[in-house]
Ligand binder design. Structure first.
Ligand SMILES: CC(C)(COP(=O)(O)OP(=O)(O)OC[C@H]1O[C@@H](n2cnc3c(N)ncnc32)[C@H](O)[C@@H]1OP(=O)(O)O)[C@@H](O)C(=O)NCCC(=O)NCCS
Length: 179
């Protein structure tokens, strides 16, 4: 499955536009995902279990990052967001995050949950709120990440996805509330 959003706008700089493309990871590409996650110190043990969807993000044909989610009905676990080091601090992570949110919303997810050890400021900038550990829905508490893959000190954050992230009647994905 190849999902492309043209002119995906960076949350860091709405004036700049990044044509980020997301391609769902299958087969051999899991090796590259694992390698990227290991380099960033993120968990890899469960990436090929069922219920997970991961994407490779490209910009002008070059791999710029990785990320995905686990779906549990209306709740989703956002995970494994990593930008290749040379592309960091250019708005790539923001574009990837917005794209994952749109794809998650299209998959029926209303609320995204996550754990992070060192990027809470990044997620806060995009509407994620810190919550006490233990407040997460049961389905989220049962995920491998909450049960032990992520350190107990990791911060729990969540965000309710707005209706404007859903596709329009024309089938286009947009965050423009007027469309
Ligand atoms: C966190 C990460 C995905 C951000 O990607 P990025 O492409 O560097 O982020 P962007 O350039 O889109 O930054 C957008 C904003 O978030 C801020 N930001 C980026 N990383 C941050 C962090 N770790 N903590 C706080 N703020 C951060 C940027 O300063 C920028 O703010 P600005 O607009 O005021 O300048 C990237 O640094 C990364 O891959 N880190 C390693 C893996 C990781 O920690 N992933 C998150 C856990 S799942």
């Amino acid at each position: 499955m190849a999902l492309a959003i043209n002119k995906e706008r960076s949350g860091a700089d709405m004036e700049s536009e990044l044509a980020i493309q997301a391609t769902q990871i299958v087969g051999e590409r899991f090796a590259q995902l694992r390698s990227a996650l290991e380099s960033a110190g993120l968990p890899t043990a469960d990436v090929e279990l069922s219920g997970r969807t991961f994407f490779e993000f490209t910009l002008d044909g070059l791999t710029v990052g990785w990320g995905g989610f686990e779906a549990y009905g209306a709740d989703g676990l956002l995970r494994s967001l990593v930008v290749e080091p040379v592309y960091r601090s250019k708005g790539v992570g923001a574009s990837m995050l917005r794209l994952i949110e749109r794809i998650a919303a299209c998959n029926g997810i209303d609320q995204l949950h996550l754990l992070t050890t060192n990027a809470s400021g990044f997620f806060e900038a995009f509407g994620y709120h810190m919550q006490p550990r233990g407040c997460e829905p049961i389905v989220i508490s049962r995920t491998e990440q909450f049960r032990g893959l992520c350190p107990g000190s990791a911060s729990y954050m969540c965000k309710t996805l707005s209706g404007s992230l859903l596709p329009t009647k024309s089938g286009q994905l947009t965050d423009d509330p007027l469309e």
